[in-house]
Design a protein around this ligand. Structure first.
Ligand code: HEC
Length: 128
């Protein structure tokens, strides 16, 4: 009897644990995103307002229409993409820029890791 109960408890517990990841997808981490930004993006992009480098400043990029940072000379592909940078469009672009905006001059192969992309996007959203 004791053993039965214990087994039942163990079974119930393991179901609970197995079900958890379905409910709690890992939250995006802006601090990790900032580190990734400095490793992967800041060679070409500044997070300071109005500071264009090889790429345009990414200050305020979330919510911005593609190709509209003042004083930066974009590719026609980017300017005519008709995109507005939000979580979904940034996620697609950062996964593989050349696929999301064919002809973009951002020579960055992409970030295959979805949770890294989410972290970088969470960091970009803090730049306002
Ligand atoms: C090798 C240089 C380089 C790297 C590395 C790079 N980018 Fe870019 N990025 C560019 C260039 C150049 C453009 C302009 C693209 C165009 O006009 O076609 C651009 C454009 C963008 C845009 C569009 C901005 C707008 O105003 O329309 C976003 C968003 C962006 N990059 C995000 C990132 C992020 C985030 C990373 C790091 C994960 C990154 N980039 C890494 C060079 C780079």
């Amino acid at each position: 009897m004791r053993i039965r109960l214990a087994l039942g408890t163990i079974l119930a517990l393991s179901f609970t644990v197995a079900a958890l990841p379905l409910h709690s997808a890992r939250a995006a981490d802006a601090a990790a995103g900032k580190r990734l930004f400095h490793q992967r993006c800041s060679i070409c992009h500044s997070d300071e307002k109005g500071e264009n480098k090889i790429g345009p400043s990414l200050f305020g990029v979330v919510g911005r229409k593609a190709g509209t940072e003042a004083g930066y000379h974009y590719s026609a592909a980017n300017e005519k993409s008709g995109l507005t940078w939000d979580e979904a469009t940034l996620d697609r672009y950062l996964q593989r820029p050349s696929k999301a905006v064919p002809g973009t001059k951002m020579s960055f192969a992409g970030m295959p890791n979805a949770s890294q992309r989410a972290d970088v996007i969470a960091f970009l959203a803090t730049l306002h």
